[in-house]
Design a protein. Structure first.
Length: 94
């Protein structure tokens, strides 16, 4: 996969995950206080992981060829952890 294609894939995935987190936050407005508090903590954790992935993705633009593989490896690891956290949150909130 070319670097541009990888960058576009990453940006699309980040946008998708941000939309999921934002949508979940919007749905919390009608939840009970206890449910909302618990879910907000989980969403804050997801937002933190998403921010870390976004920061790593920003490094793609400036990465040299030598650093490219390290940056993409680290980004793939962050996505893996984030994807697991998103699936866990949404499987528990359905």
């Amino acid at each position: 996969m070319s670097s541009d294609a990888y960058r576009q894939k990453v940006e699309a995935k980040l946008d998708e995950y941000q939309a999921k987190v934002d949508g979940a936050r919007a749905r919390l407005k009608g939840a009970s206080a206890d449910a909302r508090l618990d879910a907000e903590k989980q969403l804050d954790d997801l937002q933190s992981k998403l921010a870390a992935a976004k920061a790593k993705a920003a490094q793609l633009t400036d990465a040299s060829e030598d650093a490219w593989s390290n940056v993409t490896k680290e980004l793939d690891e962050k996505f893996s952890g984030f994807t697991s956290a998103v699936k866990s949150f949404f499987s528990g909130s359905d």
